[in-house]
Ligand binder design. Structure first.
Ligand SMILES: Cc1cc2nc3c(=O)[nH]c(=O)nc-3n(C[C@H](O)[C@H](O)[C@H](O)COP(=O)(O)OP(=O)(O)OC[C@H]3O[C@@H](n4cnc5c(N)ncnc54)[C@H](O)[C@@H]3O)c2cc1C
Length: 399
C-alpha cells in the first residue's frame, strides 16, 4: 500500500490506547481515536472512584501520543463496505484499517428489578451514579454487592473499609476465578472488614427492589443500595453493523485478531474474541491485545502475513481495601495455581500493577510522540493535548 494509511481506533481504553500508540510510531500511518469522553478512564480503579480514594481519570495528553488525533464522539455504525464509521454527533470518519476496542460494560442480568434498582461500577458514569446513591444513603444503610468475581470482591472490601455495612451475595462460591487455597485469605480479609458473605446455591439474587433483595432460597435482605457486579457485556456496535459476534457481543476474530467478516477490521481488548482461544476480559489482556492488533495491521500494510497473537498472564491482583490485597498467581495460560501473596504486600503488588499499567501507556505515548517531534509524523492541529472536539469530514482517505 502506498501513501498515508488511515487507521481509526474505536474506543480509548487500555486496548485502544495501546494499539493507537503502537501504530502512531510508524511513519506513513495516521491514527484517529474515537472515544465518548475527553479523558482516559482507568477502569481498574473505578471501585476506588466510588469511595473517593482515586478519581480513576488520566488526561489523554499523558497516555496517548501527541500525533494521535482524538475525536470525542460515539461510533454508532461501522460500514465495512465503505470503510466508514458513523458518529453520534452526525459526522463520519473513513479508514483504511479499523481497530475495534469498545471494551465491555454493564449488562442487564434479566433479574426482576435489577435494571431499575441496581447500581453498577462497570464504567465511569455508572460508578458516579453509585457514588451519589451511597452519598445519599445513611452510613449505616445496608449495601448488597451481587457477584463475587474480582470486581465484586474489590468493591465489597473498598466499601466495608470505608465504613459501610456490606453483604456480598456470591451466587455460588466466593472468588470463582481463584484457586481454592487462595480463596481463604480473601475470605479472612472480608471477615476482618465485617463483610457478610453469602455462599452456596441459594445465595443467588432473584429480585431487586428499592430497599431489599430476594434470594433463591427465599430469604429477603434489606438493601438500601444494591450493586450488580456479575457479568460484563460488550456494546452491540459490531452486531448492529452486521459483523459476527459471540453470545457476549464480542467481535469474532481469527488468531491474528482479524474480524472473520472483514480483514481490515481488527479487535483489541474485551470487545473481541478468538473462539478457539478465548481469554479472560481483563486489563492484563487488553494491554497485550492492543499492540498485537497494531502488529497485525502493520504487517498487512507491509504486505506480510500477520502472526497469531501470543498472550502471557501472570495472575490476578486484588485490592481488598486500601491496606490489604491478594495476588493470585497463574501459569502463563491464565490457569491459576495455589501461589499467592496476601496482606499488605498483596496490596502493594496490586498498587504496583496499577501504576505499571499506567506507566506502560505513558511510555507508549512518549515513543509515539517522539516520532512526531522528529518531524516524521502526519501531525494534526487537533491533538489530544488540546482536548477539543473535532468535526470529522466524510472524505475518504487515500489508501
Ligand atoms: C472496577 C473494575 C476493576 C477492574 N480491575 C481489574 C484488574 O485489577 N485487572 C484487570 O486485568 N482487569 C480489571 N478490570 C477489567 C478491565 O478494566 C477491563 O477488562 C479493561 O478495561 C478492558 O480494556 P478495553 O480497552 O478493552 O476496554 P475499556 O477500558 O472499557 O475501554 C473501552 C473504551 O471504549 C469506549 N467506547 C465504548 N463504546 C464506544 C463507541 N461506540 N464509540 C466510541 N468509543 C466507545 C468506552 O467509553 C471506553 O473508553 C476491572 C474492571 C472494573 C470495572
Amino acid at each position: 500500500m502506498n501513501g498515508n494509511v488511515e487507521v481509526v481506533v474505536i474506543g480509548g481504553g487500555y486496548g485502544g490506547v495501546t494499539a493507537a500508540n503502537s501504530l502512531a510510531r510508524r511513519d506513513g500511518v495516521s491514527v484517529t481515536v474515537v472515544n465518548p469522553r475527553p479523558e482516559f478512564v482507568e477502569r481498574i480503579r473505578l471501585h476506588q472512584r466510588v469511595t473517593g480514594s482515586d478519581d480513576a481519570i488520566e488526561g489523554f495528553g499523558r497516555v496517548m501520543g501527541a500525533n494521535v488525533r482524538l475525536v470525542v464522539d460515539t461510533a454508532t455504525r461501522i460500514d465495512a463496505a465503505e470503510r466508514q464509521v458513523s458518529l453520534a454527533g452526525g459526522g463520519t470518519v473513513s479508514y483504511d484499517y479499523l481497530v475495534y476496542a469498545v471494551g465491555s460494560g454493564a449488562t442487564d442480568p434479566g433479574v426482576p428489578g435489577a435494571a431499575e434498582f441496581a447500581y453498577w461500577v462497570s464504567d465511569l458514569e455508572r460508578a458516579e451514579r453509585l457514588r451519589s446513591a451511597l452519598d445519599a444513603a445513611p452510613a449505616s444503610a445496608p449495601v448488597t454487592v451481587v457477584g463475587a468475581g474480582p470486581t465484586g470482591l474489590e468493591t465489597s472490601a473498598e466499601l466495608a473499609e470505608a465504613g459501610r455495612e456490606v453483604t456480598l451475595v456470591c451466587g455460588d462460591v466466593l472468588g470463582p476465578s481463584l484457586h481454592a487455597r487462595v480463596r481463604r485469605p480473601v475470605a479472612r480479609r472480608l471477615a476482618k472488614l465485617g463483610v457478610t458473605v453469602l455462599e452456596g446455591p441459594g445465595a443467588q439474587v432473584t429480585e431487586v427492589t428499592s430497599d431489599a433483595v430476594q434470594l433463591g432460597d427465599g430469604r429477603e435482605l434489606p438493601s438500601a443500595v444494591t450493586i450488580w457486579t456479575a457479568g460484563f457485556r460488550v456494546p452491540d456496535l459490531a452486531a448492529r453493523s452486521g459483523l459476527r459476534t459471540d453470545a457476549a457481543g464480542r467481535l469474532v476474530t481469527d488468531t491474528t485478531l482479524t474480524c472473520v467478516d472483514d480483514e481490515r477490521i481488527v479487535a483489541a481488548g474485551d470487545a473481541g474474541v478468538m473462539p478457539d482461544h478465548p481469554f479472560r476480559m481483563s486489563c492484563q489482556a487488553a494491554v497485550q491485545l492492543g499492540p498485537a492488533a497494531a502488529a497485525t495491521i502493520l504487517r498487512r500494510i507491509a504486505g506480510k502475513t500477520p502472526a497469531p497473537v501470543r498472550m502471557f498472564f501472570a495472575g490476578q491482583c486484588l485490592s481488598l481495601g486500601r491496606n490489604e490485597g491478594v495476588t493470585q498467581f497463574s501459569y502463563p495460560n491464565d490457569k491459576v495455581n495455589a501461589l499467592s501473596i496476601s496482606g499488605r504486600t498483596g496490596a502493594g503488588v496490586k498498587e504496583i500493577a496499577c501504576r505499571f499499567t499506567l506507566n506502560k501507556l505513558v511510555s507508549g505515548a512518549r515513543k509515539a510522540s517522539s516520532r512526531a517531534s522528529h518531524g516524521n509524523s502526519t501531525d494534526r492541529p487537533d491533538s489530544p493535548q488540546s482536548e477539543h472536539r473535532t468535526t470529522p469530514s466524510s472524505t475518504r482517505p487515500a489508501a
